[in-house]
Design a protein around this ligand. Structure first.
Ligand SMILES: Nc1ncnc2c1ncn2[C@@H]1O[C@H](COP(=O)(O)OP(=O)(O)O)[C@@H](O)[C@H]1O
Ligand SMILES: [Mg+2]
Length: 458
């Protein structure tokens, strides 16, 4: 780094010394205004070779930019989406895949992440998707405000548009261009998140280019090097110490649109091998207008253990335990619903009806979150923790009531349950205290429930 660029808007940028240059500054221009390709600094190497530097430099996009050293994961990339942050969190500097059939909400979710995630800079690649979607992004973003900095969202967003009507060779390159730009910003010490919608279109471009070159096709006509190209791409996600002594992050999130929603096709299966977080968008959930349609049983995150500390520091020491409880309830729900379809829900024992009731509550009150609701489109970690604790509190309280003999019907008809179901829409960021009040009301309501004659726990 040899200079700072101040622009009227936004944060300062740095003029970086290209990674291959190493030596002593022999001349530097005065502070002022210059075109970005004018020589403003001369560096002389020990062997006498001179380099003339301007504020920009060339870089071959297929090659990762060098770093000093990789770092350990330090915290999550907060997305403001409960099902992601609380159940399947992604580390800052991590890599995630988002597979989903047509219309399951990949584009909406990618855009939601671009809007609300807590990165410093967003690089958004529209790769081979419809042009009007990109136009929508360009229309909408300048009107939105970043909840973290209070500035215009557009100021931190970089869009690389490569719509379906543009040449395939350019599409193949667009993903590399995007990661290189992301790495360049990372080298300035920024937290960068890259969203690519979708990597399937990119792989198709790869296939087409390879076909025209007359190469031998592999699986489904994709070139044999598809897998290694995907690996090379996701490998570029990292938390690093940069060459100029800063810390920087590149987080990669790639959408996959498998043809016909078939998750066994090559792009999906290979991507799964190289990503640590996997958010499956489910068409059944999407058809039921249950958004974001991330399927809690078909998704996973391998970054969990390293993020426990984050939740501890954010007043949620029981996060891991409660998360496990939520997931196991939803697993039981799947099994019990199958049974209920055969024998009828009311024929199930009260304990199992209780599991179904709680799983439904988790789905409706916690996992469902509309991208178009002014109150609920973004959920801070504090609010997520409060909601998760409250639902868990309800589970524990209702279990206790059931044990002491309260009828399941009396629990499921409690008016408070409706308030819990609607809390995401009704209690906003500025009123987090309301969750504690709701928790007290819950205690009160449960203490008033009367035991029935039969032993309901049995
Ligand atoms: N989080 C969400 N909240 C509300 N509606 C959504 C959400 N995600 C998707 N939708 C609805 O689903 C439609 C299709 O989503 P889209 O992202 O275009 O699908 P895909 O890119 O997977 O083909 C959207 O037009 C929108 O109406
Ligand atoms: Mg789409």
């Amino acid at each position: 780094m040899f200079g700072t660029l101040n622009s009227a808007k936004g944060r300062p940028q740095y003029a970086l010394v290209p990674p291959w240059v190493n030596g002593e500054v022999t001349w530097i221009d005065e502070a002022g205004e210059y075109p970005d390709d004018k020589t403003i600094c001369i560096i002389k190497e020990s062997d006498g070779k001179e380099h003339q530097l301007s504020m920009c430099h060339d870089w071959p996009v297929r090659e990762p930019r060098p770093i000093k050293k990789r770092m350990k994961i330090q915290g999550p990339l907060l997305t403001g989406q409960r099902i992601l942050d609380s159940l399947f969190p992604l580390a800052c500097g991590g890599r995630a895949a988002m597979p989903g059939g047509f219309g399951t909400g990949k584009t909406v979710l990618q855009e939601t992440l671009a809007k609300w995630c807590d990165a410093d800079v967003i690089v958004y690649v529209g790769c081979g998707e419809r042009g009007n979607e990109m136009a929508g992004v360009l229309d909408e973003f300048p009107q939105l405000e970043d909840p973290h900095s209070g500035r215009q969202l557009m100021e931190r967003t970089l869009i690389i548009a490569n719509t379906s009507n543009m040449p395939v060779a350019a599409r193949e390159a667009s993903i590399y261009t995007a990661v290189t730009v992301a790495e360049y910003l990372r080298d300035q010490g920024l937290r960068v998140a890259l969203m690519a919608d979708s990597t399937s279109r990119w792989a198709e471009a790869l296939r087409e280019v390879s076909g025209r070159l007359g190469e031998l096709p592999g699986e489904s006509g994709y070139p044999a090097y598809l897998s290694s190209r995907l690996a090379d791409f996701y490998e570029r996600a990292a938390a690093v110490h940069t060459l100029c002594g800063k810390t920087g992050f590149v987080t990669l999130i790639g959408a996959i649109s498998p043809p016909g929603g078939d998750f066994s096709e090559p792009v999906t299966t290979h991507t799964k091998r190289y990503t640590k977080v996997y958010w499956t968008l489910d068409s059944t959930r999407a058809q039921a207008r249950f958004y974001p349609a991330v399927h809690p049983l078909l998704s996973y995150s391998e970054d969990i253990q390293s993020l426990v500390d984050f939740w501890k520091q954010n007043h949620h020491p029981d996060w891991l335990k409660q998360r496990r409880r939520f997931l196991s309830m939803m697993e039981d729900q799947q099994r019990l619903e199958r049974m209920a379809r055969i024998i009828g829900k009311d024929a199930l024992p009260p304990r199992q009806q209780h599991t179904l009731m709680c799983a439904e509550l988790i789905n409706e009150a916690f996992l469902s979150q509309s991208a178009f609701s002014d109150i609920d489109r973004y959920c801070s970690p504090q609010r997520q923790a409060a909601m998760m604790r409250l639902i868990h509190h309800f589970i524990v309280k209702s279990e206790e009531a059931l044990e002491r003999g309260v009828a399941i019907e009396d629990i499921s008809s409690m008016p408070l349950l409706r308030r819990l179901q609607r809390m995401g829409e009704e209690i906003g960021e500025d009123n987090i205290k309301a969750f504690t009040q709701l928790s007290h009301s819950l205690d009160e309501a449960f203490s008033k429930l009367k035991e029935g004659e039969t032993d309901a726990a049995g």
